[in-house]
Each structure stands twice: as C-alpha cells, then as structure tokens.
Write a protein that binds this ligand. Sequence first.
Ligand code: GLN
Ligand code: ZN
Length: 761
Amino acid sequence: MSRIVSSNIGYPRIGAQREWKKLLESFWAGKLPEEQFLSGLETLRLAHLKVQQEKGVGLIPVGDFSLYDHMLDTATMFGLVPKRFAYDGGPVPLATYYAMARGTQGAPACEMTKWFNTNYHYIVPELNGLTPALTVNKPLEAYREAKRKLGIDGKPVLIGPYTFLKLSKGYAPEQLDALIELFLPLYKQMLTELEQEGATWVQIDEPILVTSLSETDMERIADIYSQLHAAAPGLKLMLQTYFDSVEHYERTVALPVQGIGLDFVHGAERNIAALRTHRFPADKALGVGLIDGRNVWLADLEAKLQLLDEVSALVASGTLIVQPSCSLLHVPVTTRTEEQANAELLPFLAFADEKLDEVVLLSKVAAGERTDAVRSGLEASARLVRELNDSPFRNRVTVRTATRHIAGGPSARQSSYSVRHILQQNKFQLPLLPTTTIGSFPQTPEVRQARKRWRTGEWNEAQYRAFIQEQIQAWIKIQEELGLDVLVHGEFERTDMVEFFGEKLDGFLFTRNGWVQSYGSRCVKPPVIYGDVEFVQPMTVEETVYAQSLTSKPVKGMLTGPVTILNWSFVRDDISREQVSYQIALALRQEVEALESAGIGMIQIDEPALREGLPLKQQDWQHYLDWSVHAFRLTSAAVKDTTQIHTHMCYCEFHDIIDAIRALDADVISIETSRSHGELMQSFDEHTYDQGIGLGVYDIHSPRVPAVDEMVRTIERALSVLEPELFWINPDCGLKTRGVDETVASLRNMVAAAEQFRARC
Ligand code: GLN
Ligand code: ZN
C-alpha cells in the first residue's frame, strides 16, 4: 500500500483581483516607491502560500512566485545579464531585471517566446559567452521566508538545468556540454544550501523531457542528475515533467532522483501505457498529475480515483503524490470572484483554488479517509459532473446532427485554384500587386470610449451603431483616398477578435475575473467554450454590407477562423477539440454564407493561432493539422468560385507545415515579410506554393512610418525568384494598436511602393 500525499506544482502569481499586475504597473509608472512595491508583493506571496496551507495541501511550492517571469528569475539568479544592460556582478538590481524584460531607450528587451505549448511567454535567456554565477539562492530565500513567516516546510521549485539551457539562446550546440559543466556547480550549491537549511522535497522542473530528445540528451540528463543527487543526497528531488508524456519513460524513471512527476491529463494514455509496460521503480515517489492545470472544468473525481487506482497498482510501493498536471499558473485564481457574473455555470468551473480542493479531496479518499466531508465532497462532484454532461447546452441535437453530417462531407471548393483565380480576376479586375490591409484600423480612445458608453448603458444600441457607422464611413473615405485596392470596414465594433465572435455565438461563456498571465503584467481572459457551439444570427454582415455600400471597390469581410477561436479559448473536455472545431466551423460557415448572399465577394478568415496549436510531439502534428485544415475548409469551402477566400497568419514559421498551409486552399494568404526580411518567403518558394500571397511589407508593431524605398526593397527581396502575379501588398497584421496619423502615413507609403514596383513590371 502506497503512502498518499497531496502537492501543488505552482500557484498563479497574479492575484484574484490582479493585484500583482497593478503593483507591477504602478511601480513601472513611478507611482509606487520600491519599498512599498516589494512589501506589496510580499503580502501577496504570503497570502498565496496561506491559501494553500489552509486548504491542507501537503507539499506547497515556494519560489514559484516571480517579479515577472520564472525564466528571467533563473537567468538573473545566475547573473546572466546581456552586456547591453551594463551590469557588473552581484545580485541583479530590480531596474536591470525590468530593463531586460521591457527594454530601455538604449537597450532593447530580451526576446520573449511561448512556454512550450501554452499561452504563457517567457523571457529567453541570452548566454553569449557570459559566465554564470550564483548571485542569490532564490529557492533558499523562498524556503526560509515560508518557514519563518508561516511555518510552512515548503517545496522549493526551480527550473532544471537541462530545460533552462535548452530554452536559452546565444550558444552553439557543441558548446552545450561545456555549459552544463559551468552551471552544474551552481545547481549543486543551491541544493547543498537547501539541504543544510533542512528542506525535504525540492521540485526540479524539466518539462523538456516531454519533447523529442535524443539518446545523447538522455545521457547528459542522467549525468546531470547523478551529480546533483551526489551533491545533496539528503534532499528528495522531485523531477517534474508536464504538458505531455515523457519521451523516454524507462530512462527517465531510472534517473537517480527520489520522485518523478508525470502528467496524467495531457499525454496520459502514453504515460499510463509506459507505466503498464515498464512499471515504476519501487524506490521512488510518483507525482501523479491528475487534475488538469490547463483547463477550467471541475474534475470527474470518480474517474480520477479510478485512474489513481490503476496507477497505484502499477507502482510497487513508495509514495504517490496527488497533484495538478502542471503549475496552476495557466488557470485563473478562483471562481469565487465569478459569483455574480456566472451563477448558473459557476458550479461546473474549477480554477486554481478549486483545483487544489480537488487535489486534497482526492488524496484523502485515496488514503482511505471517509469522513462526512469527504463523502459529501465526492457525492457533490459526481452529481455536478452528471448534471453538466446531461445539460441541454452540451447536447444540442441540431448541432450534433449537423456536425456529424458535415464532418465527413465534402469540404472542397467547386473548382481548383487555377480556375478560381481566373474567374476572380475577371470579376474584380485588380491591378498587379493589389494593395489591402489586414482588417482592423486604429482603436482610438474615442472608439474605446464609445464602446464603454454602450456597455454601461450610457448609449443605447442606436447611438452606438451610428458611431460605428461614422467610423466606417470615415475610414472608407481614407482608404479610397489612399488608393487601396481592396478595402475593409475596420473592425471598430470589436474589442478582440475571439471575444467578438464568442459573444455572438451560443456555447461561449465570458468570465468576470478569469484572468491568466500571458507575459509580464499582461493578462488575458480567454473565453470558455462550455457547450455546443451554435450560430444564432449574422455577426458581421451589417457592418460589412454598410461599408460596401459606400464604395465601388471590393470590401473584404472579416472573420476569425475556427482553429484560432478554439486555441484562444478554454475548451470543454468531454468531447475532442477536433469536434469542437467542427462545431465552430459550422457556425462560421453560416456567417460566410450570409456574407456571400449579402453580396460580399471577398472574405478573410484569420487563423493566426493555427500554428500555436501544434502538439509538443512531432508524431502528433499530422493529426492536428489534418483536422484543423478540415475545420478551416468546412468554414470556407461552401462559397462560389468567384468568391475570394483570404486568410491571415501574422508571423509564422511555415517551412515545416507548408503542406497544411497549401491544403487550406485559400485564394490569398497574407503573412509577415518585413521583420524576417523576406526570409519567410523561402518556404513558399521551395515548395512551390502557387496560390495568392499577401506580403506583409511593414511591421505594425512599431509606430515607425516605413519609407517607400524600404518597402520596395522588401518587395524586391520577396519577389526575387517569383512571378509577381500571385502577390498582394499589405501590412503584416491588423492596425488596431496604431495611431491614426502613423497608420495613414504608412499606408500611403505602402501604396506608393506598390505603384513603383508595378511601374517596373
Ligand atoms: N483581422 C485581425 C485584425 O486586423 C487580425 C488580427 C491578428 O492577426 N491577430 O486585427
Ligand atoms: Zn496578424
């Protein structure tokens, strides 16, 4: 019989009311002195620990709190400050830390990128020949603080050396072994000091173990952990993985550590299969990641207990640690703040705090505890799960039947691209290198103010509509004056490209405080897809048709694609993501049809998040790409040959998914070209992509107005080996974050650049 312990892997740092964000931003704005800022953070940090303590979590993580990002914490702890920030050793000053995160006048910020397949972005450490040194033992400080202030014997959390190095940049692959030698003494010192301080468990995160690693990688990891173990033999090292199954199960569980944490939610099947085949070593504790740390639904505790039983039977003896599947950083803090907004659906949701209740309850049941509280907790869970699964909103017959019919049905345009291209060209009569934009125009304070007035009831529907129409009218005029060839209505009625559609479709829920950290102090509030998704009424037709009525130039309708809506939402987990994407596709297809019948001849379906949904393991890519392409085609393929389908993807690595991009069969795809200096075009060139491509010739992320010459050069580079017939000219993304003047000036130069180039052809 195993010993059962409950544990947490990481707690959200933002606070239930986003207190953390507010502290950071007032400090940056100079409104909060450093001392008050730091004490504010301490209060928050201790409050978070206290919540976990009061819930009865057995192993409470410490050191997972951050002033911005945990990778940046680790880099600065090792004194890895790039030269441009003028640092000369010792603990990294707060100003330098934030300069690295946010940049200063003279020194651009460090690069930021996605943390595995989540929407959390970390700061990429730059090694570039820097010599690491332990400037402060952050986990030790966190351990001491929790012990002294709250009597918590915490579990210090650190990012493992292999994951840290693999995610860093500024070194060549052949330098990796030498780098490991440089970092190992620092990790050893941290662990030795923690051991001396009396820490019991230490959590070392190595999520890199769920990605495709080679034999050499695994040898290096084995060597690292035998050295770390030897340095602090009295510590219990919990090697924590998450987000998928471990790639080399046997070698991972054989590592000389005292515990292995596995994800039993994402990649659960593979982890269990491995466990079944190879068992689990008797001398180690198994961290069972049972509760989904990346979604917002209450858990089916009965099913979880069954899984735990199954796992337990495969573990010879030792300790089972019941925990979330990953850090709770990726879910909102608590459903308590939703009480007023979402009373009906509230019981079915579980955010970080509620998930910890589930962890604790599961561990109690597994340990054989059968008090009244435990029993009623289990009963309530079973009742709610049943209620949710049987709810009418999860079982809409119309949607189910339609999805079944359509999912297997035809999803191809009537004719091939080459035929459509001619028909469309005859219809639209566009010049060579037609110019257009990606959809949104500046969301000025005036636009935001108007929306606020309408939302708070100060303006009625008619007033708000009239305002939106004025904006559309003004911008149609501007676009005509600029000489753009294909116009857009400007998206003034939308705050956000997913929220706008979610609010109009059935099956979406918007939380009041369901914030999660995206990067730094920036938080996002993803919509929650709770039920079957259904089209209610046209969502974009009125504005698009109004815009078209003002001009003889074609106006492009503007929709967010099914895969992007899916990937930027919390999604129900009782049916597959594939099925949900088809439901969204069906609903959007109705919108596409409505636009077409209202006379709109071009429709853009944005899919900027298609690539980010790629699974962590290459072997799972094809399946994902197959269904996401299918969802896009379900949305777009029903139109006439003469209707032109556009799509847009911002910046995206295309080289390894070009077949899927081609399979979308869009008539035009607009992509970034300026920042990558036309490099992106290579993937299209090599693979002979021969449908329309919109060149994003200027970077909209900066207020800078690009010169005509500069854009001409970008066009030249991109078209050096390709015929210009298939190309369009546009900015690299929507313009909603830009100011009016710079937008008009930039577009004017863009049109001039296209004209210059045309004149030469
Ligand atoms: N049509 C959207 C816009 O212009 C596209 C945004 C995006 O790609 N992220 O804002
Ligand atoms: Zn974009």
